[in-house]
Structure formats: structure tokens, C-alpha cells
Design a binder for this molecule. Structure first.
Ligand code: 3PY
Ligand code: MG
Length: 249
């Protein structure tokens, strides 16, 4: 397999994606057709289950968009289910330590690098593309760690040292909650933490990303200029809410 998002980040470029939390293929088809390079199916907070993730991967691949999955938690079965569905990357929530990061890489990678189980599922073409997939998956599938707790900010250097981490990705809402300023996304302490994570990632040559949940005009361009490379813009439920309310204004 080849992962164009991974290649773009490795080349130092910015890649834009968005967030899917509504478990219906029509929603992901609309997002995929809009021109995003990747779409994250949210199994942590979204209204969807693993069979729906599989269907969403089918739709996105047909559109040439890389499917990603935010896992519900750091548990080995979730990595297997999502990667076997054919996602190009797993977004791992609530990483708080280097031990969490090591566990995530272990669960995401085939031996000898890790302990991902082997199977003949969608990702391996139900067996037909097994050799190609298992020969390339460790390098091409991305392990993206969410930095969304102040503990992770404090442990960021140790987290970034873990081999196999492709990117760190800031979740501003949970991070603000852990810092006592829940939802205040312009709080100076939160912004200082965001910049500290960016600087640490850049120093180690690892891509940094973030979820711009409700993008203000010019906001993602500013984040890209700062050095963020993996930028998720909006999410289906807020896009729909804003569009509907906008019509009535
Ligand atoms: C957060 O802001 O906590 C997120 O998880 C965004 O996706
Ligand atoms: Mg979060």
C-alpha cells in the first residue's frame, strides 16, 4: 500500500482533512467529494460502529481520499479492527505518557516491530494482496498520537522519542479541559502548550497537527504558517449546524 498523506508529511507539506462523526456513508461521501485529502471516522465520540467504519473506508477509497480512524481508546482490538478495515492511519486518543505511545505503536505494527495480529481482511484484499500489504503496512500506516492532556504536554519529549510515531495531533478541547480552561480555545496558557508541542515535534522532525474544530477565517493558514502540517478542519456536525443556522440569519 502507498499512503499519500504520509508522503506529504514526510516531504514537509501541509495536508488538510476533516472529521466524520455521523455514521452514514452519504455524509462521508459528501466530505470526500469536497476535496479533503483524508477524513477521520470518529469512533471515540462519533455515532458509528466498526461495520460503518468499513463502509466509510470503501466510499473514501473510491474517491481517492485516505480514510483514518480515531480509535475509542488504546486497546489492541481497536487497532486491529480499524487497520483491518483499511485505514491509512489511526488517531490515538488520550495519550498521556511514553508508555501509552509505546503501546499504541505495538498495537499498530506487525511483528517484529509490534504485535498487530495477522488476518485476511479488507486491508489485505481478503488475502489477494496479503504480501504487498503486510510488506508495506508498518511503514505506510500512520500512528498519530493525540496530545489532549497536560500530562502529555509535560511528557512530550519522551513521547516523541518512541520509534514508530508518525505525528502528534492536538485536541484543543480536552487539552483545555485538563488545564482548567475547558473550551476557552484562546486561553494564553493553552496556546503556550500548543506552541510547546509544535516546537518539540519540529525539533525531533515529527509532524505536528491539530484539530481546528470551528475554523475562523484564516485560522488554518495561520496554523500552517506556524508549522502545523496535519490539519483537520471542522467536523460534519458543526459544518451542518453552521450552514443551517447561516441560512436562517
Ligand atoms: C479535542 O479537542 O479534545 C478533540 O478530541 C478534537 O478532536
Ligand atoms: Mg478529545
Amino acid at each position: 500500500m502507498h499512503n499519500p498523506v504520509r508522503a506529504k508529511l514526510a516531504a514537509g507539506a501541509v495536508s488538510l482533512g476533516t472529521w466524520n462523526s455521523i455514521g452514514h456513508t452519504i455524509v462521508v461521501e459528501i466530505l470526500g467529494r469536497a476535496g479533503f485529502e483524508w477524513v477521520v471516522m470518529d469512533l471515540e465520540h462519533g455515532v458509528m460502529d466498526f461495520p460503518q467504519l468499513v463502509a466509510h473506508c470503501q466510499v473514501l477509497e473510491g474517491l481517492g481520499v485516505v480514510p483514518m480512524c480515531r480509535l475509542p481508546a488504546i486497546r489492541p482490538e481497536y487497532f486491529k479492527w480499524a487497520l483491518d478495515a483499511g485505514v491509512g492511519g489511526v488517531i490515538v486518543p488520550w495519550v498521556r505518557s511514553a508508555a501509552d505511545a509505546r503501546a499504541a505503536v505495538q498495537y499498530a505494527k506487525y511483528p517484529p516491530q509490534g504485535m498487530r495480529g495477522t488476518a485476511l481482511t479488507r486491508a489485505q484484499g481478503f488475502g489477494e494482496t496479503f504480501d504487498d500489504y503486510v510488506g508495506t503496512a508498518n511503514a505506510e500506516t500512520m500512528v498519530i498520537l493525540m496530545i489532549e492532556h497536560i500530562d502529555a504536554v509535560q511528557a512530550i519529549d519522551a513521547i516523541l522519542e518512541v520509534p514508530g510515531v508518525d505525528a502528534v495531533f492536538i485536541g484543543p478541547y480536552d487539552l483545555s479541559a485538563s488545564m482548567g480552561c475547558m473550551g476557552d480555545l484562546h486561553h494564553p496558557a493553552l496556546e503556550a502548550a500548543v506552541q510547546a508541542v509544535l516546537r518539540a515535534a519540529q525539533a525531533k522532525g515529527i509532524a505536528a497537527g491539530l484539530h481546528v474544530v470551528k475554523p475562523a477565517p484564516g485560522e488554518w493558514q495561520q496554523r500552517a504558517a506556524e508549522g502545523f502540517q496535519l490539519i483537520a478542519l471542522g467536523m460534519d456536525v458543526t459544518l451542518l449546524t453552521d450552514a443551517a443556522r447561516g441560512l436562517l440569519k
